[in-house]
Design a protein around this ligand. Sequence first.
Ligand SMILES: C[S@@+](CC[C@H](N)C(=O)[O-])C[C@H]1O[C@@H](n2cnc3c(N)ncnc32)[C@H](O)[C@@H]1O
Length: 252
Amino acid sequence: MTKHMETIKFLRLLKVRGSKKLLHLLYFPLWLLFKLRNLGFTHAEKDTEEDPRVSKERSIRKLLERIPGGKFLEVGIGEFPHFERLKLINEHSISYVGCDFKSVCESHEEELAIKGFDTKNISFAMNSTGTYSWTLFEMLQKGEQFDVIYVDGHHTFYIDLPAMMLADKLLKPGGYLLLDDIPWSLSFLKANMMRSLSQWYFYRTMYNFSDYTKEQQSLPHIKMIAEELLIKRSGYKKDENLSLPHWWVLRK
Ligand SMILES: C[S@@+](CC[C@H](N)C(=O)[O-])C[C@H]1O[C@@H](n2cnc3c(N)ncnc32)[C@H](O)[C@@H]1O
């Protein structure tokens, strides 16, 4: 591929992301209002030694090497595609399914197309409303099974309790269940949304803080569900070599 074509792709990606950022600015007054409503709110964060994203990617890389030709399901794919991770997925002939809101999946499809990415092993399972639990239930009805399931969606009790139970059923025996942001709480999210306009913009319609009491907002829902249901009651074991304080790799 010529340098000229690479530059054109880069500029097209920049244009797509730039127009999204511009849209964020239109919402600036509403973000200020959110900050005003939560004036006085504080959330203390613990420092970590290494950038957690770097150690997490290292763990994912090792896992992908263990499942050549396997099936990988990601529940909650985030704002932008992880091109490097998807490249690795392709290199190991792994088939990847990403689950998220329709708008998020379509934005990934657009960015992958701009990059000219090989998507023959990549697909998306979208929900236009509600949650990915419906999509996961439909996968179960079709008898789908995965070697690795990475649950990294809403991170809250009412949404992720059914999702994690369904993920357990969709996972092959001996498969890996990956959980990110183990210490994550709604209070942590609120602090991030107050700090960053783009974080507030992306998550503003997804969370209703009033679904939970103040105490429940400060608790790590994913960690609680994983400990009580998966580890204590369903026999999952934490892979100590691949797990980190914020990132758990559980073996079924
Ligand atoms: C933390 S991000 C995922 C990050 C990604 N897994 C990564 O490794 O960078 C959480 C994702 O969950 C999605 N999500 C949250 N609630 C959802 C719902 N009810 N239905 C579908 N997707 C949802 C969000 O749209 C967002 O893309």
